[in-house]
Design a protein around this ligand. Structure first.
Ligand code: UDP
Length: 252
């Protein structure tokens, strides 16, 4: 039951979790966490915990689904049964099929799919803990995993939602804000070009409010892009340190 009186912003203008209107929940990303995947990333975003694994480009199965002129991007978003307080029924449902579809379409925009006819690029995202904003977390983690896999692509996608709660435009809605707020707009963007690759809206906004929401979310994507880049830099500077050690030993 929805409690109409629930207050999401205090008199001091601070949100229930202590954030300001334009403040993201803390985000950390680690690239290359899975040995057997071609590329991977683990992301924590507030209370969300997300794991992304990338395989390919590899021969597409089933063969009848192959595209003779380009690769097919197959993203699969899955929420673990233990990821939410009420057990989530395992297996695909309408919501996960929808999120998988919008993720595939967004990622096709950045991957050079025409270089890999008849192939597939498979992207698996497992949500281990969910607390609103998981599709943005999934897309952000998947982008880092694709880059980690060395898949030829134009750039990464960064993703974040903004919306409206208690009549106020805010960034990155938390669980209660998502449940009891007035609008939620998840956005995915290629920061370097400004290209929007994902845009959805739940709720209602005036045109002015919509513009504010877009500005907030786009600025946040720029911030998130830096965190994604740092994760990759850390991953590859660590690997290089390892190689230096090997070379030193060989010379001795
Ligand atoms: N959620 C849940 N059970 C479900 C699906 C979602 O408890 O079967 C929760 C979960 O915390 C999720 C939130 O509802 O993050 C918001 O879901 P929404 O569909 O808005 O997607 P998201 O904001 O995660 O992209």
């Amino acid at each position: 039951m929805v409690d109409e009186d629930i207050k999401l912003i205090g008199k001091d203008g601070i949100r229930r979790d202590g954030r300001k209107f334009d403040e993201l929940r803390p985000i950390t990303i680690e690239a290359g966490v899975l040995k057997r995947a071609d590329g991977s990333a683990y992301l924590e975003w507030g209370e969300n915990k997300v794991l992304a694994a990338v395989y390919g480009p590899r021969e597409m199965h089933p063969r009848h689904a192959q595209n003779p002129s380009r690769a097919v991007v197959q993203a699969r978003y899955n929420m673990a049964a233990f990821s939410v307080p009420d057990r989530k029924r395992p297996g695909p449902d309408r919501r996960s099929v929808e999120i998988s579809k919008i993720m595939s379409e967004a990622l096709e925009e950045i991957i050079f799919v025409e270089q890999f006819p008849r192939s597939s690029v498979d992207v698996f995202v497992e949500v281990l803990e969910a607390s609103a904003g998981t599709r943005c977390a999934a897309l952000t983690a998947a982008s880092v995993a694709l880059a980690d896999a060395g898949i030829p692509m134009s750039d990464m996608i960064s993703s974040c939602a903004a919306g409206k709660i208690d009549g106020q435009i805010v960034l990155d809605l938390g669980k209660k804000e998502d449940n009891f707020g007035e609008a939620d707009v998840p956005l995915g963007m290629v920061t370097s070009s400004g290209k929007i690759t994902l845009l959805q809206m739940d709720g209602n906004l005036t045109l002015d409010e919509y513009k504010k929401v877009m500005e907030l979310a786009m600025n946040a994507c720029r911030e998130i892009y830096q965190i994604q880049r740092e994760a990759l830099k850390k991953r590859y500077s660590t690997s290089l340190e390892g190689y230096e050690d090997i070379e030193d030993t060989e010379e001795e």
